[in-house]
Design a protein around this ligand. Structure first.
Ligand code: CP
Length: 321
């Protein structure tokens, strides 16, 4: 039976308001803010292990998902329940909300913002979460926007997963897959640029490579990067392999998706203490046979999503009590 442990309080002292009103893009997070979030996340790990808290029992989260989700929606909802709060949810907002009658997201948010204390939204248009934030009376958290927008909370849990393993400076990270539309990888690249001596490889077929806005940001922040097509060539250099989906239908005829997959050859080349991350869901690029490798951390990432989202919710809810 779960036991509520009231002495693990998560409410901060008065006078320490969150600098965040909404969470729309990864660039909003400074290093001190990330460290504050990660300190809270460690506390959330302990709170969950001890049965949750009732500190947020009068608060309501609205989850408005216009695109499918397993991890993000369930972990946000679980996070709110484990904080003692309650949840309003539509997992298929394109059909199960008034959007089907032609309602614009702004009108939906203006209304839902009076029923809830925080809104989590996944929207199919780039900028959809920003549109929501502009009119919302309560904090809005983007759970991913557009094809090639951002997914900031995924990047936070990705970074936390790395941080739990080793210091966040001087790392080499290889992003693999369909990087033009990988909103998780895009958001994580923005966060990595905040740390020192990072090197990033972007490994993708040229037509699916990461978009110039990310590269310009990395250049402005002095981050070394290389664009690659050959996964094998970089597998042995990376401290973190961040695998993303690669859909065979997006490849041109001569390319084989297995070129961008983790297989036994890649595992042999990788450093012994490297980490394999993947935001999931996966397709052909990550075989189940990799799951037993101790370097495979993608299910750990999904668990960390709960803790990081609990921490983020407390930050935002505390600032508007
Ligand atoms: N990583 C991620 O966003 O997964 P879901 O689409 O299942 O939420």
């Amino acid at each position: 039976m779960n036991v509520v442990v009231p002495h693990l309080r998560v409410v901060p002292q008065p006078g320490s308001p969150s600098p965040l009103r909404h969470v729309i893009e990864a660039q909003q997070f400074t290093v001190p803010l990330l460290m504050d979030l990660f300190d809270r996340t460690r506390l959330m790990e302990r709170i969950v292990a001890r049965g949750g808290t009732l500190d947020y029992q009068n608060r309501i989260l609205a989850a408005l998902f216009y695109q499918p989700s397993t991890r993000t929606r369930f972990s946000f909802e679980s996070a709110m329940y484990r904080l003692g709060g309650r949840v309003l949810s539509t997992e298929h907002a394109r059909v199960f909300s008034s959007e089907i009658e032609g309602e614009q997201v702004e009108d939906s948010i203006r209304v839902i913002g009076n029923y809830a204390d925080v809104i989590v939204i996944r929207h199919p248009e780039e900028g959809g979460a920003q549109r929501a934030a502009q009119v919302s009376p309560v904090p809005v958290i983007s759970a991913g926007d557009g094809n090639g927008g951002q997914h900031p909370t995924q990047a936070l849990l990705d970074l936390y997963t790395i941080y739990r393993e080793r210091p966040l400076n001087g790392l080499t990270i290889a992003f693999i897959g369909e990087l033009d539309r990988a909103r998780t990888a895009r958001s994580l690249a923005y966060l990595l640029a905040k740390f020192d001596r990072m090197k990033i490889f972007f490994v993708s077929p040229p037509e699916l490579q990461v978009k110039p806005d990310i590269l310009e940001y990395l250049e402005r922040h002095g981050v070394q990067y290389e664009l690659e097509t050959n996964f094998e060539a970089v597998a042995g250099e990376a401290d973190v392999i961040y695998q993303t989906r690669i859909r065979p239908e997006r490849l041109t005829g001569i390319q084989d998706p297995r070129q961008y997959a983790i297989d036994s050859g890649i595992l042999r080349r990788m450093k012994g203490n490297a980490m394999i991350l993947h935001p999931l869901p996966r397709t052909v690029e990550l075989d189940k046979s990799v799951d037993d490798d101790p370097r495979a951390l993608y299910f750990r990432q999904a668990i960390n999503g709960l803790y990081v989202r609990m921490a983020l919710l407390t930050m935002l809810l505390d600032s508007c009590r």
